[in-house]
Design a protein around this ligand. Structure first.
Ligand SMILES: [Zn+2]
Length: 429
């Protein structure tokens, strides 16, 4: 229902965009989180797609306000920035990852993704870094560009394309040796092949390169390092020469260490980190995307009744390793591996970050200004500051006290366009 109202609002706002001078929208809430800290007595003014003022109401310059949106009891904050998603996957308890990759036609996967990105935006995520199409080729590029062209509603996307894996490591696997199946990522090995594959992915206009520094292919199907140090360095060198970053899936200490030394910017998962690895991350300024929510979802799909059964060994270990990362001062990226669990339920990760020992305000920073800086988009989004894009949400209550208030989204604005919100929010001054 809200979506229908938002569509009407979108049309209204699109219609106003033909005027040279766009009306100023003034947002008034009980408190404002600017990406750094919480403030009382602040207002935010938007004109067109940009924020033109964010600060104390009493210091606001004289503006001719066209519309005022009153949000009593609510908190205004920058749109959330999800750091680890797969818009082309849906929850594994609906369809296993294998069956999604092997059996679902790409057209179905794109249609699902269209729903996923809409649900994500309406949940207050206005920017999202998507970490691989998982067998759906470069469909993520088309989804990103369709959102940018205004064809479908969704967050601003940064996409990885196919991602890079070492031969033999990635799935789906376990078939007869003469059966060839499509893989969830692109294989490449050795200097020449890696240079060619990195460049071909860059040529498709991916925003960054994702590499799997380890995977479950060790003895007994345990996680073990994949690429050699030299191979990872090749990937980073070739990617960096196009001005793009590399991020690494890594859950073993060895895989993480090689990836960090090679120069990746974020480590995804990181379950098996040691103190030495965390110290290295801190020294090299590499952030951790812990994907707590994916770990919990997979444990629950495996039969764990959270809150009734004791924590499985993997969850106990993850809590410990996440706490160790915090204690070591490692920068934490908000990234839950959403897609393993439902798109639009991104807040799960934020709730778990608090549960596992992080301060609420630090979680809010991670989901806004920190992720913006990590993804090199902090000159555009991630804070409520004059000049930045008007990516703004309002939530009922105070997320600095109760992180779950982020589930009570009352307003979603992206680039000055309102996608979620009810018409009674508006009154003409
Ligand atoms: Zn992932």
């Amino acid at each position: 229902m809200n979506y229908i109202i938002s569509c009407v609002l979108m049309v209204l706002f699109t219609a106003t965009s033909i005027h040279a001078e766009e009306p100023v929208i003034l947002l008034k809430a009980t408190r404002v989180f600017d990406g750094e800290r919480m403030h009382a007595g602040w207002v935010v003014a938007v004109q067109g797609e940009r924020i033109i003022y964010a600060g104390a109401a009493k210091n606001m310059p004289v503006l001719e306000v066209g519309k005022t949106i009153e949000l009593p009891g609510q908190t205004l904050m920058p749109g959330l920035i999800e750091g680890h998603s797969h818009v082309l996957l849906h929850p594994y308890n609906e369809t296993s990852w294998h069956d999604q990759v092997l059996k679902e036609p790409e057209s179905e996967r794109v249609i699902r993704a269209t729903n996923h990105v809409r649900a994500t935006l309406l949940a207050g995520i206005t920017t999202m870094r998507d970490l691989g199409s998982e067998g759906a080729g470069y469909a993520d590029i088309g989804i990103r560009d369709s959102i940018n062209k205004g064809l479908i509603p969704g967050p601003r996307l940064l996409v990885a394309g196919r991602a890079i894996v070492a031969t033999g490591s990635y799935g789906p696997k376990g078939f007869h040796e003469r059966v060839t199946v499509p893989l969830g990522a692109e294989t490449a090995d050795g200097y020449d092949d890696l240079v060619r594959v990195v460049r071909s992915q860059i040529g498709r206009n991916v925003d960054f390169i994702k590499v799997y520094a380890d995977y479950r292919w060790g003895a007994g199907n345990t996680a073990a390092a994949t690429f050699t140090q030299a191979e990872l360095e090749t990937i980073v060198e070739v990617t960096a020469s196009s001005g793009r970053p590399v991020v690494a899936h890594a859950s073993t200490a060895e895989g993480m260490k090689r990836a960090i030394l090679a120069g990746v910017e974020t480590i995804e998962h990181g379950d098996g980190a040691t103190q030495e690895v965390y110290a290295l991350m801190r020294k090299r300024n590499v952030a951790l995307c812990p994907t707590l929510a994916a770990g919990e979802a997979i444990a629950q799909y495996g039969g764990w009744n959270k809150g009734i059964d004791p924590d499985p060994e993997r969850i106990v270990a993850k809590k410990k390793s996440f706490k160790a990362a915090l204690d070591a001062g490692v920068t934490i990226c908000f990234g839950g591996d959403v897609g393993v669990y439902p798109h639009g339920d991104n807040v799960r990760e934020l709730e778990l970050m608090v549960d596992y020992g992080m301060q609420n305000i630090a979680v809010l920073q991670s989901a806004t200004s920190i992720n913006a800086a990590l993804f090199h988009i902090d000159d555009e989004v991630g804070r409520l500051r004059a000049g930045l894009r008007a990516d703004i949400i309002a939530v009922d209550g105070n997320p600095a006290e109760d992180i779950s208030t982020l589930r009570q989204i009352r307003l979603v604005m992206k680039g000055g366009v309102i996608y979620q919100g009810t018409s009674d929010l508006f009154r003409t001054k």
